[in-house]
Write a protein that binds this ligand. Structure first.
Ligand SMILES: O=C(O)C1=C[C@@H](OP(=O)(O)O)[C@@H](O)[C@H](O)C1
Ligand SMILES: C=C(OP(=O)(O)O)C(=O)O
Length: 417
């Protein structure tokens, strides 16, 4: 399967009415799995994600192999590096070539202070790495300073193992804090499983007591990041009576990507929460939108593509971290938006960007490259509500949302080529 062709629904014969089951959250799943492992696998986890990132986590937690290959899963790499360290397991941590370009030095430095013996196998600061063992450091090292502006995953990884440290842990976060809702998600899940955790966001400190987790049943919510593509489908649908029901989402979510509800109100989608999830219907669209994606970086591609096709001028800030994700997402968006008659312009270096529509109808069906990035494929797929489009390497969606194309077939014609 090298590409998928998506053909718009016929405006005359096809109303857009769909119920989408959605994958469950890989972020919540991967945290629950680490906490479950730290209780000796005694929690009953329900609705775990089918995402490859979660399936990789499950496989590696059970494996007795010395080599842990996380493929392209960032959370799996960062959370397992902390988990294997604290549990004293000797492991070689590796992943795809891109994973070996994604920095991990900030986490490794912190784990070393806490007592982990970790060596780099190639380039300092990057996977692959070797975990050799763990000798808990003295009480005085239960306080660490750590940068908050590179990846929140380092912070989540550290706090999740902190209940097992002899004196717990206090983290002082320095610099701006990116992806903070993901840290809040970690702390909420830890509290649910009985950990004693305090966060002071004014003072930028997190304190975790040396209090063991309590095993409990836990059900994972549907994935709000995956839901964002359906918001874009609703926003781009030409059928004014379009209605999409997304199952398993809650108004009060642990996931910061539920911010899509507010963002998409400006792009023409109204959300109504129901007993089973959320119902999307159409509402008027704004002419411009400015959004800071610091708290929800995974939504930036969805919103950029949607605004480009609708002709809404979008000002984006807080997208610095996109450069160190599955691909350089800023560069990838710049290259691929051009193919659908739009541009992403850097207005202030590495800070403020704008999306502009340049042409209303692309001259021919665009073929979108996906750069081994699931979100490139899924962010561009909703364009099919207006124009035929071809997406290269559609298998990339398996990282977070394996049933994405099956779900897409409910609103457009999907032909694998
Ligand atoms: O903790 C998590 O589950 C995640 C945190 C975010 O990463 P950063 O903290 O690196 O921005 C996000 O982009 C990623 O998809 C999942
Ligand atoms: C950035 C992502 O994941 P990770 O960092 O866990 O690979 C993502 O899913 O968009």
């Amino acid at each position: 399967m090298n590409a998928v062709r998506l053909i718009p629904p016929s405006a005359l014969t096809h109303s857009v009415q769909a119920t989408i089951p959605l994958a469950s959250s890989k972020s919540e799943s991967n945290r629950a799995l680490i906490i479950d492992a730290l209780t000796g696998f005694r929690c009953d986890l329900q609705n775990l994600s089918t995402a490859r990132d979660t399936q990789t986590m499950i496989r590696l937690l059970k494996s007795t192999d010395n080599i842990a290959d996380v493929l392209d899963a960032g959370t799996t790499m960062r959370f397992l590096t902390a988990y294997f360290s604290i549990t004293g397991q000797k492991k070689t941590m590796t992943g795809t070539p891109r994973m070996c370009e994604r920095p991990i030095g900030i986490l490794v430095d912190a784990l070393r202070v806490l007592g982990a013996d970790i060596t780099y196998l190639k380039q300092a600061g990057y996977p692959p790495l070797q975990i050799n063992g763990f000798a808990p450091a003295t009480e005085s090292t239960n306080r660490l300073s750590i940068r908050g502006d590179v990846s929140s995953q380092y912070i989540s990884a550290l706090v999740m193992i902190a209940p097992l440290l002899p004196s717990g842990l206090t983290l002082e976060l320095t610099g701006a804090i990116g992806s903070q809702p993901y840290i809040d998600m970690t702390l909420e899940q830890m509290r649910y499983f009985g950990a004693e955790v305090q966060a002071d966001w004014e003072a930028k400190t997190i304190t975790v007591a040396p209090e063991a987790y309590t095993p409990k049943p836990y059900a994972i919510e549907s994935d709000w990041s995956g839901a964002s593509y359906w918001y874009s489908v609703a926003a781009l649908a030409t059928d004014q009576t379009a209605e999409i029901n997304l199952l398993g989402l809650k108004a009060k979510s642990l996931q910061g990507d539920s911010a899509i509800v507010d963002i998409m109100r400006s792009l023409g989608v109204e959300s109504t929460f129901t007993e089973s999830g959320v119902q999307l219907t159409k509402c008027p669209t704004a002419e411009t939108l400015a959004w800071d994606f610091t708290d929800c970086p995974d939504l930036a591609q969805t919103v950029a593509v949607c605004a480009a096709v609708k002709g809404v001028v979008l000002r984006l800030t807080g997208i610095e971290s996109l450069k160190i994700k599955e691909t350089d997402r800023v560069a990838a968006l710049q290259a691929e938006l051009q193919k659908i008659g739009a541009e992403l312009v850097e207005i202030e270096p590495n800070h403020l960007y704008e999306v502009h529509q340049l042409a209303i109808t692309p001259s021919a069906p665009a073929t979108i490259d996906t750069y081994d990035d699931h979100r490139m494929a899924m962010a561009f797929a909703p364009v099919a509500m207006r124009h035929e489009i071809i997406i290269d390497e559609p298998g990339v969606v398996a990282k977070s949302y394996p049933s994405f194309w099956d779900d897409m077939a409910r609103v457009a014609t999907v032909e694998f080529m």
